[in-house]
Design a protein around this ligand. Sequence first.
Ligand SMILES: [Zn+2]
Ligand SMILES: [Zn+2]
Length: 225
Amino acid sequence: MTNHDPTSPGDARLPIPDRLTDAPRSGGMVVPYVTLSHRDRTRPVWGKMHAPATRRVWRHKLCQICGQPLTDWVVVYLRPVDYRRALALEPGMHPECAYYSASACPVLAGRIDRYHPDPDRHLALCGDRLCGCRIWQRVTDEPTELTGQPAEAWYEAWLPLSNYTIVTDHGNDTTPPTTGVDLRHVRLRRLRRIRDAAPGADEAMDLLAAIIVGRQLFGDPDDPQ
Ligand SMILES: [Zn+2]
Ligand SMILES: [Zn+2]
C-alpha cells in the first residue's frame, strides 16, 4: 500500500530498516519507490502511483518500497477479492520493507477505515520546470476502484521468489486489464490477517480466513521461520 497519510499520528517515529536509510523522506516517512512525486522526491503525492516506476517494479521484480531487487522471500499484501481472482494487485516487497510500509500506512495499520478519498487534490504544478508534474495526467494509473471506499480485510503472505510470477489479466467488459502477482498454484506461506474489514466493506467469501483457520487446526510445517 502506498496510501501513507503523513498527517496520521506516530508515523514519523517508526524505526526505518537499514534498506531504507537512503530512501527519500517526507515528514519523516519513507517515500515508496512507486509513489508519484515531484522531481524533488521529498514532495510525494501520497496515494498515487507513478506508472513507469510501477512497470519497472513488475518487470524486474523489484521491491515497491525501496526499488531494489527482491530476494529469497517476497511479502505480498492481498484482499479476499484478490484471492478469488487469483491476482494480487500490490507489487511484492522485502519482508522488512513490508513491515515498515504496513506500519506506516494508516489503512493497513487499521488507524483509518477508508481509502484515500481524493488523491487528485494534490496534483498541483510545482515551480520546477524540469519536474514531471506537467505530464502527470498522462502517466498516472492508480486503480481508482478503492478511492474513498471502506477498507476491506487485508492479509500478508510470503512467497519464495521462485513462485513470484507476474501476469497481466486482460480483463473483460466489466474488469479493466490489470497486472499483478499470479496466485494460481501458489502456496501462501505465513498467511495472516493484518487488518479487519471496516464497517460497510465487502466481507463476502473470505477464503483467506478459512485457510488460516484450517492451518491453525492442522498446522503448516512448510512456513519459513
Ligand atoms: Zn513538480
Ligand atoms: Zn525493499
